[in-house]
Every structure is written in C-alpha cells, then in structure tokens.
Design a protein around this ligand. Structure first.
Ligand code: 6R9
Length: 653
C-alpha cells in the first residue's frame, strides 16, 4: 500500500482471517508441565524480566554440569557465548545420567522399512555410543575434528551423533537422499576428517546406495581420511584398504568404556547445512551447552514428555528437527524416541497409522507437507487403525494451512489431541513460537505465542513493531541459548544475513503478523512475497485459500513480472485423488480465491501440477516455480530438491 504522510508503509498485507479456536482438551492441563494459560503468562513474564536468571535457573535444574559457568551470557552483538566457562557434555546428559533410573528403559525404538524392529535401552545405547566414540578416537578423531554422517535413518545414525558429541568432534549430518555432489560440497566446506555412512538404505521398497556416492564425493574432498561403513542392506560395495572400515569390525575392537569429556559450553557441537529453499546452503554452527538446554526444555514443555510416552517425530536426522527433536531433546529428557527408516506409503499408505497402533505412539510430530499428502491419499487409511494411543500432535516446517490443521485434528487426533504448530529454523536450534499443549488456546494456521525466554516481534524495516494484524518481518529481539553462533567459516555472512537486515534484532527471513491476542501468523518467506499493484502479499494466505477448496490438495503461488501490476499471481495446484483437471475447475478456483480473500489475490493463471518441487525436508521451492512461471532458466542451487523429475514434468506440462 502506498504510504500516506505520517503513516508507515505496510510491509506485507494480510488478507485471510481465521476465526476458529480450540481450547486445550479438558484434563490435559491438569497433568501437563505447564498447566494453564496463567502459568504460561507468569513464566513468560519472569523469563523476559530477567532472561539470564531464567536460563541460569533452568540450566542448573535440568542439566548435569562437570563444572559451573562463570557468566550466563556474553553478548557482543551479534556474537553470543552462553554459560561461559561451564563444562558439560551433551552425550552425558542424554545417556549417562539416565542409567541409574532408566537403564532398562527403551531409549530408541526403531522400525526399518522392511519391517524389522529394534529396541535399544538406555544402557545399550550408552554402550554402543561409547564403543563408537572409542572407534572414532582410534581413527585420530579428537576435539574439534569434523565428522560427516551420511546414513539412512537407522539407530547407528543417532549413535554416531552421540559418539561425536561425547568426544567433542563436531558432526555434520548430511541427509541420506543427497547426491554425491551435494555431499562433496558439504565435506569440503566443513573440512570433514571422517565420513560415517552405510552400504545403503531402504526407501520406497528399493535399496538406495550410499557408499558409492561417498566414494564419488571423497574423490574430490581431500580433508577426508577415513570412511566408516555400516552394513545395512548387504549390497556389494567397494572398500579401499587403509581408508575404509566396516562399522561392525571396527566397533568390535573397542570397549564400551569411554568417559564423556568435560567439554566447554561453547565447543562446537555440530554444523548443519540449511535446507536452502532460497539459495546456496549455509553451514549453521551450534554449540554445546545452550543447545543442550534449549532442545531439552522445549522438548519437555512443548511435547509434555512423560516417562510412559512413546514419542515419534518423523523427521530425518539430516534435518535440524531430527537433531533437536528425534535425538537430543527427547534423549536428554530420558524419553523413548521412535525412528522409522522408510517411506510413509510402504507397503501401503497406511504404514504410519499401522506403526502408531502397533507401538502405541503417544506423541506424533510431522510436517504439513506430509499431512497434505495423507489427506490426498484419503481418510480410509488412518481409519483402518486404532490411533487411540495418541495424546498430542505437532507440526513443523511450513505454515500449516487451516484446512490441513482441521483434518489433522479430526482424523488423526480424534478431536482429542492438542496440536502444536511449532515455528522455528535450523538457525534457532529449537522451537521458538508454539502453543504449550495444556495452556494455549490454538487457532488453526497460527503458531500462537513465543516460548518462554523468546522475545519475538513483527516489525518494519527500521525495527518498529507493527500494529496488530499488520504484516511485517518476524524478528527475535534478544539472544537465546540455542541461537546459531555463526555461519561456518563466514562470520560476515552471519552478521549480514541475520543481524544486518533490521537494526539490532535477529531477522528470520519470514513474513508474519500478530493478531490482537498477540498470536503470530507466519505468512511465508520474505523472499517469496508477491507485489501486486503495490500490495505486498505473502504466499501462505493465497495458498491456504486454494487448499480450502475441496478439489485442491496442495498449492504454491509465485509472482510473475507484469508490466501493469508489477507482479501477477501464478498458482500451481495439485488436485485430490479422483479430481479431474478441467478448465472450468480453474475458473472455479480463481473465483474461490476471490470469495475467500478478495479480488486482489485473484490468480492471473493457475496451472495443474502432478507434484510441487520440494526440498528433502518437504518445503515448497517457490524460487524454482518463479523461474518456471516467468519462462526463464532456472538458476541457483538445486541440490536440495527432492525429486528432479518434478521440475521436468512441470516444464514440459
Ligand atoms: C525447523 C525447520 C525454517 C523455515 C522457517 C519458515 C518455515 C518452519 C514453520 C514454518 C510457518 C511453522 N517454517 N516451521 N513456517 N510455520 N510452524 O523447518 O527449519 O528447515 O531451517 O526451515 O521453515 O519459513 O523460516 P528449517
């Protein structure tokens, strides 16, 4: 909107209003860690009144320390050090301290795609981690040496991560679906010394080879001295004598006695390359103590973890969600974390629901992209199974369209489970904006309110807070324990990208608005904002309007340069199973958007797509669609794309 004198220009306009409300289920709060809204408000008020005291108090109560810190926070904007001088070990906090009371409790419950099940108790996991830590040491890996992990989702992936954490070797987990080139770039950027991999993994009923891709990558990554290879599928692999070692032979030579090292609070724990929806992947650096505390306390309060829970987060460990909420957060709490190796539709689209029934899963955390896929597959799949064990649902990764939220609530949650829509990023290390399940009234499509200790806001370019319901930039005003410390090898990029956009605040790169209750509504990436006749529109609201039409399964909107309007809206849609892709339906969809949110958001063009281009973690890559819509060559990094054939089909279609 053009700015009037005395008025600030509106950064991003909001056009969608969602009025539905859901209170925490009756009785949930009575036994929850945070029992009601007043408790949240009190906690929040205390946390922001004196953040350092708040975090220090939790760090003391919730974690084991080898030696206390001297300073809670050393803040030299934009560089933070938390719990300065403290000595701690994340692997100790995830394992050793649980042994007296939970030694026999299942830590990791795993199911392979072919159907085999393994359960590792805390005592067994501890022994395996120690053995592998000793094995790494025998290969010359010590404090500060980077270990790359490129594995299928098997318990050994978590074992390798915990072993690295135990000896202070930063890990960089590379998603097992990435190409040899993507692996090479990450190995080189991180200067990895050892790569831990497997012969292959099972995915969609087939065997995916991993070791050959590592060989290809290592041929051009001179820092790598050894490759440790786990036998998972039994396929033939080439092993280079001296350089390559079999996991099982290697660990057999080592003892299960490996005391956790007293690491520095700020020792690098891991480097993780971002999902890269918008450009070249960045090596996000996380350190030990602050990350341990934040992933621990968010897991406890948001998922309301109890000893009897069987918790399942469907993320791969190659994604930040897999780090914080498959491995470290749940294990630090002594929980049982469930891992599944394969695809959700193997052997049929009921696989997830069948496993929830079989393992009596109580907490389920997945992504909107998965939920939209389940909707497309049809209600009959979940309906065949008893999902009565579930007591809490959560989502992460993208804004969840209100219609998908309602489906999740009704069909999966049986209208009895609270839903936590959790907003956060690789860079934030843990969940930042989220309901607390016993306390927060939810609104479908809103991640609701900031976690205690998190000062989130929506601002304009200068950093002034926006009015209620006015769209702007989502920022964090105060440092928090699990914030990224830098971009690996590029502190200037860190400063510029995150602290150089709006003065003195962390810039998340997302557009958002806050409603009159202070609830946050994430409107999509700022880079994806579409500018139509001077109105700046986020992608989420138009997409949600499209998805609310019964024929539409998924939608992505982008801007195409337009002489008159600046940009015109182009939408790509996939339809529900059984819906015919006709021209009249396209007219109907355009009319539907106008009815839902107004003429301004009317798509100039809607195209049918068989599938949308997504990252491996399920985020729609609008950057690629933008090039397609404009009819220009695709540029920039596409290594994070899940399925290349999707693009080709869109181009030819
Ligand atoms: C954890 C993770 C971060 C970006 C983030 C935002 C989007 C994640 C969201 C969400 C709306 C949510 N995002 N959760 N948007 N509502 N609940 O996904 O990390 O892969 O780094 O992506 O994902 O755009 O900025 P990462």
């Amino acid at each position: 909107m053009a700015s009037e004198p005395g008025h600030r220009a509106i950064e991003i306009e909001s056009i969608l209003q969602e009025e539905r409300r859901f209170k925490p289920p009756a009785g949930f709060g009575e036994r929850a860690w945070i029992g009601d809204f007043a408790a949240y408000q009190q906690l929040y008020a205390r946390s922001v009144a004196d953040p350092e005291a708040f975090w220090a108090d939790l760090a003391q109560k919730e974690l084991h320390w080898f030696a206390p810190w001297q300073q809670v926070l050393d803040w030299q904007e934009p560089f933070a050090r938390w719990f300065v001088g403290g000595k701690i070990n994340l692997s100790y906090n995830c394992l050793d301290r649980h042994l007296p009371e939970r030694g026999d409790k299942t830590a990791i419950l795993w199911e392979g795609e072919p159907g085999e099940v393994r359960a590792l108790s805390y005592a067994q996991l501890h022994a395996e981690v120690c053995r592998f830590a000793n094995a790494l040491k025998s290969l010359g890996v010590g404090r500060g040496d980077v270990v790359a992990i490129y594995m299928p989702l098997v318990p050994e992936a978590a074992i390798a991560m915990l072993a690295c954490a135990r000896i202070g070797a930063p890990h960089t987990v590379i998603f097992g679906g990435f190409s040899g080139e993507a692996v090479r770039d990450r190995l080189n950027d991180a200067r990895a010394k050892v790569v831990v991999t497997a012969d292959g993994g099972f995915r969609k009923g087939a065997i995916v080879a991993l070791k050959p891709r590592v060989d290809e990558a290592v041929a051009q990554a001179t820092s790598v001295q050894h490759i440790v290879c786990l036998r998972r599928t039994g396929q033939e692999v080439a092993m280079q004598p001296g350089r390559d070692l079999w996991w099982n032979e290697l660990v057999a030579r080592h003892s299960s006695d490996c005391p956790a090292e007293a690491l520095d609070s700020e020792d690098v724990l891991f480097i993780l390359y971002t999902s890269g929806t918008t450009g070249k992947p960045k090596g996000v650096v996380h350190t030990t103590a602050g990350y341990n505390l934040y992933s621990h306390i968010t897991s406890k309060w948001i998922f309301d973890l109890r000893d009897e829970d069987v918790y399942w987060c469907t993320a791969d460990v190659g994604w930040i969600t897999g780090h914080s909420y498959v491995v470290y957060g749940p294990l630090s709490n002594g929980a049982t974390t469930f891992l599944y190796e394969g695809a959700p539709n193997q052997p049929d689209p009921g696989r997830f629901w069948q496993m929830i029934e079989k393992h009596r899963i109580t907490i389920f955390y997945t992504a909107p992209t998965a939920i939209r896929t389940f909707i497309k597959w049809g209600d009959e799949w979940p309906k065949r199974h008893d999902l009565g064990s579930l007591r809490l649902l959560a989502t992460v990764g993208e804004p969840i369209n209100p219609e998908a939220w309602i489906w999740y609530h009704r069909v999966i949650g049986g209208e009895r489970c609270p839903i936590c829509d959790t907003w956060w990023q690789t860079e934030t290390g843990g969940i930042m904006i989220t309901p607390l399940p016993g306390a927060t009234t939810t609104k479908p499509g809103s991640a609701t309110l900031p976690f205690p200790g998190i000062v989130a806001d929506v601002v304009d370019r200068e950093g002034n807070s926006c009015e209620a319901n006015e769209g702007g930039y989502l920022v964090i005003r105060k440092p928090w324990p699990s914030m990224l410390r830098t971009v690996y090898g590029d502190p200037e990029r860190y400063r510029q990208n995150y602290w150089g956009q709006v003065p003195h605040v962390y810039f998340a790169g997302d557009g958002a608005r806050r409603d009159a209750d202070g609830y946050f509504w994430v409107m999509g990436r700022v880079d994806d904002v579409i500018s139509v006749s001077g109105h700046r529109l986020g992608t989420m609201e138009i997409e949600s309007a499209l998805v609310s039409h019964p024929a539409v399964a998924e939608a992505a909107v982008v801007g195409r340069p337009d002489d008159i309007k600046g940009e015109a809206i182009v939408a790509f849609v996939t339809v529900e199973a059984g819906v015919e892709q006709t021209a009249p339906l396209l007219d109907e969809l355009r009319a539907h958007v106008v009815k839902e949110i107004g003429a301004l958001a009317r798509p100039e063009e809607i195209r049918y797509a068989e599938a949308l281009p997504k990252t491996r973690s399920g985020k729609i890559m609008r950057r690629l669609l933008r090039s397609l819509a404009a009819g220009v060559e695709l540029t920039g990094d596409t290594s994070t794309l899940e399925d290349r054939s999707v693009l080709e089909k869109l181009r030819d279609g």
